[in-house]
Write a protein of this length. Structure first.
Length: 293
């Protein structure tokens, strides 16, 4: 027999919690508190374990890339991307454990992401530039470059920035978009480089003797390549000196060592041979006029 409306109301009233009853209130708070506490603990555990797993997966991927001999720049960029994606998944899973509807949350995050994306166009530009750097590889980890207004050795290409160590060991973080928007000079791209030195001699020195001595200096250094052959020629007749260009080719790794060594050798050998490296001079003529009365 179907229950009458009065019976249903009476049963519901009987099952209702009496909030004036302290015992029932304690039971209610305890039950809900325990439920919420369990959810919080579960969310924390999911986050901690998930973060650890993300790190493990990233390390495994890094080792796999190294075993496959993936280029360092691409390896570090992909590992950073993988770690970021895994952390996002872990955070969403932890929030879901709290009882939040992740489906609706993702919709809200999508809408918010669009707004944030518009506000953070610079960061998105840095990300896109990072992808272009990895794809086209204008430089790689270990290259010495000049880009974004700085010069140094590339240590890592991250999602938004490129880490460069300057020659004096300063760590510089350059936005990827700033690098891609300007000129990139990669000094390590080719295996060999040309040294460009200018050596001046006095107008009183014998030009052929100077050329012969410069050839001897260059030939005595084993780090200088025979092919292409060095160029040693008179380039200009300056105000105070006859200027020679000395242009030997060296391996890129030997560039600065040979650069410093040649300058020192030119000075020593010129002194031994009695040749002169002139410095700018001016003759000052002083005219004295008689005093007028």
């Amino acid at each position: 027999m179907e229950k009458t409306a009065a019976e249903v109301v009476q049963k519901t009233a009987a099952q209702a919690i009496d909030y004036t009853n302290a015992d029932q209130l304690v039971v209610l708070v305890t039950e809900h508190g325990t439920s919420i506490g369990m959810k919080v603990v579960a969310a924390i555990l999911i986050f901690l374990v998930g973060r650890w797993l993300a790190r493990v997966v990233t390390n495994v991927a890094r080792k796999a890339f190294q075993k496959a001999k993936v280029e360092d720049t691409l390896e570090k960029f992909l590992c950073n991307m993988l770690n970021a994606v895994l952390l996002v998944v872990v955070v969403i899973a932890a929030i879901g454990a709290l009882g939040v509807q992740t489906t609706s949350m993702l919709a809200v995050l999508g809408a918010a992401g669009l707004a944030v994306g518009l506000a953070l166009q610079g960061s998105l530009s840095n990300f896109a530039s990072g992808v272009l750097i990895v794809a086209f590889r204008p430089y790689k980890v270990g290259d010495f470059i000049e880009a974004g207004g700085v010069a140094g050795t590339v240590k890592e290409v991250q999602i938004f920035t490129t880490i460069i160590h300057a020659p004096d060991n300063k760590k510089i973080l350059v936005p990827n978009s700033q690098i891609m928007a300007g000129t990139i000079v990669n000094y390590s791209a080719n295996p060999t480089r040309r040294l460009d030195l200018v050596v001046g001699c006095s107008y009183g020195d014998d030009v052929d003797e100077v050329r012969k001595l410069l050839n001897e200096i260059v030939a005595s250094d084993e780090r200088i390549l025979a092919d292409p052959a060095p160029t040693i020629e008179v380039v200009a007749l300056g105000e105070s000196s006859v200027n020679f260009v000395v242009r030997p080719w060296v391996n890129s790794a030997d560039y600065w060592a040979v650069h410093f060594h040649l300058h020192a050798q030119v000075k020593k050998r010129f002194d031994q041979a009695g040749l002169h490296i002139p410095f700018p001079q001016r003759d000052v003529h002083v005219y004295q006029h008689g005093a007028t009365s």
